[in-house]
Design a protein around this ligand. Structure first.
Ligand code: PLP
Length: 492
């Protein structure tokens, strides 16, 4: 056996790799500031398109594993030369596809500092300050949205993680057997009801939780792409009459990804109450519009009825990726779902939660967690509720302006009635024509919008979630569409 002295000698013979030392890290931080500055300035240029084929990008980056250390300067140079030019800027005001992200300056500052501080928010003992700020951010979010004061939550990787956290909590609370102990091995199949417009992360959550896709009952939405209580009732009551099934959860969406529709939240809540089901709302895209001055905000008041709600601060709170947030109306239920002790965690136990000082490991899946609260706290603290209200209202006004331009246009038609910041429309004509219009817009690279299919028809979809998109840019977009149509119309 190796002696203790031999081990010590071997340790001292094993050199410390010659890479950046803690002392020079601060100097390196200064050298990366110009890189950051250039990147931020370039965000407003139109570099939001992928220009190379995936196979070409792959060829550039598929380099051999480095065996020997290399100087940090080389790393940074390589990053500037090869990596950053391949970062499309989805924060550009002309990027209108999917659900864009445009982080606000205080959020970026908070996010930049987060890994430097490297604080541990899984337990209070890990970092009392970070846990408190994380807790305060959760509390402020519940206050911004006027949710029940007993609500509590935790930050998650994104909207998908927030939905997963809430769905699991609902299953634990409503299943007639102990899910934490027995899993899904009860005597009935648990069923969850959602609309055909719900985000696919709900199905993924069912897959991960072992329920499987078949436990998700997909209910057709109405002509406005909303889920109504009446449309759920017949399927639900059929399932109730089957002894092998147990309807356990009803999910409404506050702002669907496709069109921005808001389900009949009040009706769904009443149905869930009547049937003793958990009522969850996916508000990842739309919930924060509740604080806007737009008339639609009234409909979002019903989010406070939900047993749980999934939010996403990296969408309409202008925070950089990732900033999901799961909120449960009764904080004890969230705690009950996730609390699990371990021998090695004895030192982290608390006699009781003290308001903001909570062990977040007991309010969600991860033990080690990123300190997401800092960037969220900085955003809310800097803008205040009224500043955030202005930002969200401005986005919806730009969407209203585009809707109004479409309504008065002889050749364009609106494809959905949303009153949030998603606008779905098409040139009156064939799918082929609309497909070419979208492809041409993408080829010209002045705007980026994505396509969807509504009522079986190819549809142009615009989503405004940028701090600097204006009504004038929407005029420019319509002009671009008209120009493209004029060039290609001879074909049709
Ligand atoms: C309504 C809705 N729910 C959930 C998600 C998933 O969120 P994430 O992409 O942050 O996981 C999205 C994403 O666009 C969404 O729009």
């Amino acid at each position: 056996m190796t002696s203790t002295d031999q081990i010590k000698a071997q340790f001292h013979k094993t050199p410390y790799p010659k890479i950046i030392s803690p002392e020079t890290l601060v100097n390196q931080l200064k050298t990366i500031l110009p890189i950051a500055q250039t990147f931020l300035e370039d965000r407003s240029k139109n570099n939001f398109y992928r220009t190379e084929k995936p196979s070409d990008v792959n060829r550039v980056f598929d380099i051999p594993l480095p065996i020997e250390p290399s100087p940090i300067e080389e790393c940074l140079k390589y990053m500037e030369r090869e990596i950053i030019p391949r970062f499309p800027s989805i924060s550009n005001p002309r990027f209108l596809a999917f659900i864009p992200s445009d982080p606000a300056p205080p959020a970026l500052l908070g996010a930049l500092l987060t890994p430097l501080f490297n604080q541990y928010t899984g337990t209070v003992i890990g970092s009392p300050g970070a846990s408190a700020i994380e807790g305060l951010s959760i509390k402020w979010i519940t206050q911004i949205l006027d949710l029940d004061p007993s609500s509590w939550g935790s930050f998650t990787m994104g909207g998908s993680g927030a939905n997963l956290t809430c769905i699991y909590t609902g299953l634990v609370d409503k299943a007639p057997w102990n899910i934490k102990k027995n899993g899904l091995f009860g005597d009935k199949r648990l069923l969850i009801y959602v609309s055909d417009q719900s985000h696919n992360c709900i199905k993924k959550a069912a897959m991960l939780l072992g329920l499987g896709e078949d436990s998700i009952r997909i209910i057709p939405s109405d002509d406005s792409y909303r889920l109504t209580a009446e449309s759920v009732r017949s399927t639900l009551e059929e399932d109730e009459n089957d002894d092998s099934k147990l309807p356990i959860m009803l999910i409404g969406t506050a702002g669907t990804t496709n069109t921005g529709a808001i389900d009949d939240l009040a009706g769904l809540y009443e149905l869930a109450q009547e049937k003793n089901m958990w009522f969850h709302i996916d508000g990842a895209y739309g919930a924060f519009a509740k604080i806007s001055e737009a008339p639609i905000a009234k409909k979002l008041e019903f989010i406070k009825l939900a047993d749980s709600i999934a939010l996403d601060t990296h969408k309409w709170l202008f925070v950089p990726f990732e900033g999901g947030c799961a909120i449960v109306k009764d904080s004890k239920k969230l705690h009950n779902a996730f609390e699990l002790g371990a021998e090695y965690l004895q030192d982290t136990e608390m006699e009781e939660d003290v308001q903001l000082q909570r062990n977040f490991r007991s309010y969600g899946f991860p033990l080690s967690r990123e300190f997401r609260g800092l960037k969220i706290w900085m955003t809310i603290r800097n803008y205040g509720k009224s500043g955030l209200k202005q930002l969200i209202t401005r986005n919806i006004l730009v969407a209203d302006y585009l809707r109004s331009r479409i309504l008065e246009h002889p050749n364009l038609e609106l494809m959905a009635e949303s009153q949030l910041s998603i606008v779905c429309f098409r040139w009156i004509g064939s799918d082929e024509l609309n497909d070419i219009i979208i492809s041409e817009i993408q080829k010209r690279k002045r705007f980026y919008l994505s396509r969807t299919t509504l009522r079986g028809k190819t549809t142009l979809r615009v989503c405004i979630l940028n701090l600097h998109t204006t009504p004038e840019l929407m005029d420019d977009l319509i002009k671009e569409i008209e120009e493209i149509e004029a060039i290609i119309s001879e074909k049709f």
